[in-house]
Design a protein around this ligand. Structure first.
Ligand code: ATP
Ligand code: MG
Length: 583
């Protein structure tokens, strides 16, 4: 495999990376020292909004662009740190005047509008908890989340209100106000115009004393494996954002940074809002949806230097037969990072060949609040590996024993549960209304992630699959990722989702659902070819025995293949919670 590794040379970097000696940095890093990079509130304590916006607005970066917003139809809006400070102060004042106090939850349900980003900061300033929802949810999932999250205020648009909130409004007695971002006038005592309230509010707000342990963000998980969980985070998580912004995104103050995730998912909040601003970096927000030409054009026109995206988007770009670097000038780009799903080695290498930059995979979860394991810009990439734990993060492969204890597996390349040593600042503090479920995630000093992985001789972590998705076939344990990655090496395959189908003889049979690249048609012949291809590469025991073509695989709205749904459909079982299923 070593021939596939992508080696890095310091002299090739246009900007000196923040981390060059991994081992040294890992050894010497301390969270206390990380904390010293923060100002803390003038009134004492720690508040994300202050660290992200106000301290820059009060200093040398006041006039620098914090937010560059690109409208769907070509509009551009620019917000400096100073302007963000004032605008978010107005939001904080208006929430205060509505009677909201510390800990009250404010939900957002909006397209990627500038007001959404300003509001997130304002909500945090008033010590309210921000809970961003994905704007494409239907009424039922919205109702579930607003109820479970005890929403006091909802920020949304006229259109979304009419379509999605009116049908459920009666069932939300605890919801005090709805603020319409695009209404010029108040509609009732409860349904108010955001801009009217903004006009009436002062642009000065002093953030009250906030404890590092105060709740900041409530995020629902993607619902890939079941009912989405409400995950509680605190202001202190910002230390992890700073650390990962420095090492993984390699942020330098001159960077132009673009994270394609919607704030409805944790990546869009932690890395699409907080992290770039903590580092005083210009953050691009695109209102538009995925479109290959549009995306390449943004990378080109805005001279994006650091780009954070997801495997689903990369696979969509890979589907198109194009030569992006010939059609667009992408020379400003120096780093591409990806998260959310396993990143197939094929995709890493595609980046190197087609974009002149390999894609760097990193791993984390809503629960961890920030990136935990990553391929760093200056370090050798082993395509298919998630990389190594970040400074300040201790990760291990463990085995759960029958007596409820765990044992660390020190032997390399042996699969087990991926676990993280607790003590890092951004580990979640609760599952909303599910204490027992929360407690079950921890054994001794370790958080058990629910993902299976192994660690190689040199400390690189390799994803095997979610514990729930692991296939047991003829006495072997097969991770779907391995099989999917091999299938993707075949020129006809755009995407693959692999499940274990119950089988009397062998326990579970490896079955692959495959979508094809443009120019390829489903046929029995191609099926046989793919089965043969799998056997050659994976061996008979692991290779898929059944192939089914599907034009599109079922995915969460955050772009993850929903293997549990493929399985339920295959077996004719109820589909379970499908609130996050893509249309
Ligand atoms: P739910 O918990 O509701 O089933 P989810 O786990 O998909 O949803 P998230 O917290 O958004 O919700 O996703 C975290 C999970 O995504 C991880 O546990 C892992 O399974 C997967 N994941 C994220 N990044 C990677 C990666 N780089 N490689 C492999 N898997 C990844
Ligand atoms: Mg999960």
């Amino acid at each position: 495999m070593e021939e596939k590794w992508i080696k890095k040379r310091v002299e090739d970097f246009p900007v000196q990376p923040n981390l060059i000696d991994y081992n040294q940095e890992y050894k010497t890093f301390s969270w206390e020292e990380a904390a010293s990079n923060f100002d803390g509130l003038p009134s004492g304590g720690l508040n994300i909004a202050y660290e992200a916006i106000d301290r820059h607005a009060n200093g040398l970066l006041a006039d620098k662009t914090a937010l560059l917003w690109l409208g769907q139809n070509g509009e551009r809006k620019v917000y400096s740190f100073a302007k963000m400070k004032k605008q978010s102060a107005k939001v904080a004042n208006l929430l205060k005047s509505l009677g909201l106090s510390k800990g009250d939850r404010v939900f957002t349900l909006a397209p990627r509008l500038p007001e959404l980003y300003i509001s997130v900061i304002g909500i945090l300033k008033n010590q309210n908890v921000i809970c961003p929802l994905f704007s494409q949810f239907g009424p039922e999932p919205i109702l579930q989340r607003l109820k479970r999250g005890d929403a006091k205020v909802l920020l949304t648009t006229k259109k979304l209100f009419k379509k999605k909130i009116t049908p459920i409004l009666e069932k939300l007695p605890q919801l005090r106000y709805i603020l319409l971002l695009d209404a010029n006038e108040h509609e009732s005592e409860k349904i108010l115009s955001f801009s009217r309230l903004m006009d009436e509010s002062s642009d000065k707000f002093e953030i009250p004393y906030t404890q590092a342990e105060d709740m900041s963000v409530l995020h629902f998980t993607s619902g890939t494996t079941g009912m989405p969980k409400g995950v509680v985070h605190v202001h202190k998580a910002v230390y992890t954002h700073w650390m990962s912004g420095k090492y993984v995104l390699d942020l330098h103050q001159d960077d132009i940074y673009w994270c394609t995730a919607d704030p409805g998912w944790v990546t869009g909040t932690s890395y699409g809002i907080i992290t770039p601003w903590i580092h005083g970096v210009t953050n691009i927000v695109d209102e538009g949806e995925f479109d290959a030409a549009r995306w390449y054009k943004i990378l080109q026109d805005e001279k994006v230097t650091v780009w954070y995206t997801a495997p689903t988007a990369i696979r969509r770009l890979m589907r198109i037969d194009s030569e992006p670097t010939k059609e667009f000038n992408l020379s400003a780009l120096r780093l591409i990072q990806s998260v959310g799903e396993p990143l197939n080695p094929e995709a890493v290498i595609w980046g190197k060949e087609k974009l002149n930059l390999p894609i760097h995979d990193n791993w984390w979860q809503t629960e961890t609040g920030g990136i935990m394991i990553a391929n760093l810009i200056s370090q050798t990439i082993r395509p298919g590996s998630m990389g190594r734990p970040l400074p300040g993060i201790e990760a291990a492969i463990v085995q759960q024993n029958d007596d409820g204890t765990i044992t660390e597996i020190t032997q390399p390349n042996k699969e087990g549960d991926l676990a993280l040593k607790i003590g890092f600042p951004s580990i979640f503090r609760a599952y909303l209304h599910a204490q027992e479920k929360y407690d079950k995630c921890f054994i001794g000093d370790w958080y058990i992630s629910g993902d299976l992985a192994y660690k190689d001789e040199d400390g690189y972590f390799w994803f095997v699959g979610r514990a729930d998705d692991i296939i047991k076939t003829s006495g072997h344990m097969v991770g779907p990722f391995e099989v999917e990655s091999i299938l993707m090496e075949h020129p006809a395959v755009a995407e693959a989702g692999v499940i274990g189908k119950p089988d009397e003889m062998i326990g579970q049979l490896v079955k692959a659902f495959v979508s094809l690249k443009s120019g390829y048609e489903p046929s029995d012949e191609l099926k046989r070819e793919l089965i043969g291809f799998g056997r050659k590469k994976l061996g008979v025991a692991v290779a898929p025995k059944e192939i089914e073509f599907q034009e599109n695989l079922p995915k969460t709205r955050s772009g993850k293949i929903m293997r549990r749904l493929l399985k339920a459909r295959e077996m004719g079982l109820p589909e379970g919670d499908i609130s996050t299923l893509e249309d």
